[in-house]
Design a protein. Structure first.
Length: 251
């Protein structure tokens, strides 16, 4: 565990900030490549940052049920942040009357930013549930909310799983960005893939289960998984992904 870096800089906060900076660089680069770097897109980014910050704070309401405590000291949930960022973009675009879709510009940036940000989680938070896999890791017994740490058993490196997923998602999205031309579909694919991954990786994380052996994030994700499945099936039927399939067949 590395709670602080040099000069007392919080490790988690540093990597979250670094992830945001990396995502911003990728977003601007993609906007320039698509000739979409305009005031409207920058307003959308502002909406994402504000909405994400609010969403991370409000997401802890499910645990504390205390609005003031949640806002001041609440857990900074990634899922809550992503939902808040999405809503923030929609609100910002509605305010300025911007109707073009911007999700495809965000998708690769979010994936790479998440990979960087999760390094902070890896270095500061409880890793996961006990495992017998050879790649299990150990953490100090002083780590809070980590029974496996105190017992000295090997645990799943759940944040490593997510870092690898996000890096793979970034490379895949970067490859698909010119192959999927229907606006919004690149973002939809990323959201769908991450929702499925996050639901599955929760079985290796140290989060408490609340009902039917599922965690709060998993219950939060279940309705979204249904909606994403419906959305992807519609895109499949309408042929949004035929360009990718044809290229694969040709190879």
């Amino acid at each position: 565990m590395v709670p602080e870096l040099y000069w007392g800089i919080p490790t988690h906060g540093f990597f979250v900030a670094l992830g945001v900076a990396v995502a911003a660089v990728v977003f601007v680069a993609e906007c320039r490549r698509r000739d979409a770097l305009r005031e409207e897109s920058l307003v959308a980014v502002t909406g994402a940052l504000v909405g994400g910050a609010i969403g991370m704070r409000l997401s802890s309401l499910a645990e504390t049920l205390d609005p003031l405590e949640s806002w001041l000291f609440g857990a900074r949930s990634v899922l809550g942040g992503l939902l808040g960022a999405y809503v923030g973009v929609l609100v910002a675009k509605r305010i300025i009357g911007y109707r073009e879709r911007t999700g495809d510009l965000f998708a690769p940036a979010v994936a790479l930013g998440m990979a960087v940000g999760r390094v902070g989680c890896l270095l500061t938070e409880a890793p996961g549930r006990p495992t017998r896999m050879p790649w299990g890791i150990h953490a100090p017994g002083t780590v809070p909310q980590c029974p496996g740490c105190a017992a000295g058993v090997a645990m799943h490196p759940s944040f490593v799983y997510e870092i690898l997923f996000q890096l793979t998602a970034f490379v895949t999205l970067w490859w698909l960005r010119d192959r999927i031309t229907t606006p919004g579909e690149l973002f939809t694919l990323y959201v769908g893939a991450y929702a499925v991954f996050r639901f599955l990786v929760e079985f290796t994380r140290a989060n408490d289960t609340v009902w039917l052996d599922l965690t709060r994030p998993q219950w939060f994700l279940l309705p979204g998984l249904v909606l994403v499945a419906v959305r992807l099936s519609i895109g499949w039927r309408r042929g949004y992904y035929e360009g990718v399939l044809r290229r694969k067949v040709a190879v």
